[in-house]
Design a protein around this ligand. Structure first.
Ligand SMILES: *Cc1c(COP(=O)(O)O)cnc(C)c1O
Length: 307
């Protein structure tokens, strides 16, 4: 396919997405505290590329294609939703994809990596120390002329453009937006687009004080549009990335019973646990309407079920 056809294929893929609905959480606890909580269901967008991964990738893909590159190289862990989404869209658009994967090749691939492999992503396992070095642009391996280097988690400015659509789609008034943070790229996209008087609250999914805020500052550098206030909460990462505790798992099943909305323990579970806890502590003002972005990631639940 030439790039014109590829761009058309990208548009067609977007047209086939399901709507990301706004669902209100009706819970006596929230009612009692006079807090309104809505969930923006980006988990519903697509059964495979769910949530913020599609939002973040769309303009990266467009940019790649417009620059006549046909190959994307990136990095991620063995349960990475980013690798999973990229491998899938790479297959759909016939763009070749490869990834540096953190750590030694495991005896059997995680369900996430199995999918990536089946969709044609080339997986290169590298030691953790070498993986860390890839976060430094000066230490990147040489790229071929047809290759586009996409940093961990798709953390580039093009990603913000796609995240903007989340804000455009919200057709009710609100006071606060909540979002889980891995690299805080999605948060940066919300901050770049949300109207001035809104507050964006991020929930760190990993131990990332300082580094997440720095990412946001870098991604927003030169963006004169962003005037809304934002903060990243670091109280609910539960020991580290992909770590969990019984109270988190219990909360996730409580929330699912209460609302019928599935969460996963890496990102969305931590965010909603945090929101409920902050409501208890009186962090939000009476009468405020919160919209929490369900960033998807449910495919990763298989990793937890299967060990
Ligand atoms: C990747 C991911 C995030 C983190 O997004 P960032 O833009 O890196 O902060 C949040 N939620 C889910 C479900 C994800 O897969």
């Amino acid at each position: 396919m030439n790039e014109i056809n590829l761009l058309a294929a990208l548009e067609k893929f977007e047209q086939q997405l399901q709507p990301s609905l706004l669902t209100r959480v009706c819970d006596p606890f929230l009612q009692q505290r006079k807090i309104e909580l809505w969930i923006k269901r980006d988990d519903l967008l697509h059964p495979i590329i769910s949530g913020n991964k599609w939002r973040k990738l769309k303009f990266v893909l467009q940019h790649t294609l417009l620059n006549e590159k046909n190959s994307i190289v990136t990095m991620g862990g063995q349960f990475s939703n980013h690798l999973h989404a990229l491998a899938y869209i790479g297959k759909v658009l016939d763009i070749s994809t490869s990834a540096f994967v953190r750590g030694e090749r495991p005896e059997s691939l995680s369900p996430t990596l199995k999918d990536c492999h089946e969709w044609g992503m080339q997986l290169k396992f590298i030691a953790r120390s070498a993986y860390r070095e890839l976060r430094d642009v000066r230490k990147l391996p040489m790229q071929q002329i047809n290759e586009y280097w996409l940093p961990e988690g798709g953390a580039v400015k093009y990603a913000l453009q796609g995240v903007a659509k989340i804000i455009e789609e919200i057709d009710i008034s609100y006071d606060v937006l909540c979002v889980p943070c891995g690299t805080a790229t999605t948060l940066a996209g919300l901050v770049a687009t949300a109207p001035d008087q809104k507050i964006v609250v991020g929930f760190a999914a990993l131990k990332g004080r300082g580094f997440l805020e720095q990412n946001v500052d870098q991604l927003l550098a030169g963006n004169i549009m962003s005037n809304c206030s934002w903060v990243i909460n670091h109280d609910y990462y539960f020991g580290g990335f992909a770590k969990t505790r019984p109270e988190l798992i219990n909360f996730i099943s409580f929330f699912q019973q209460q609302t019928g909305i599935e969460l996963e323990p890496v990102y969305t579970g931590k965010m909603l646990y945090g929101i409920y806890d902050l409501v208890k502590q009186g962090f939000f003002k009476t009468g405020q309407r919160i919209i929490a972005i369900h960033t998807g990631g449910l495919q990763g639940n298989r990793g937890f079920v299967n060990g």
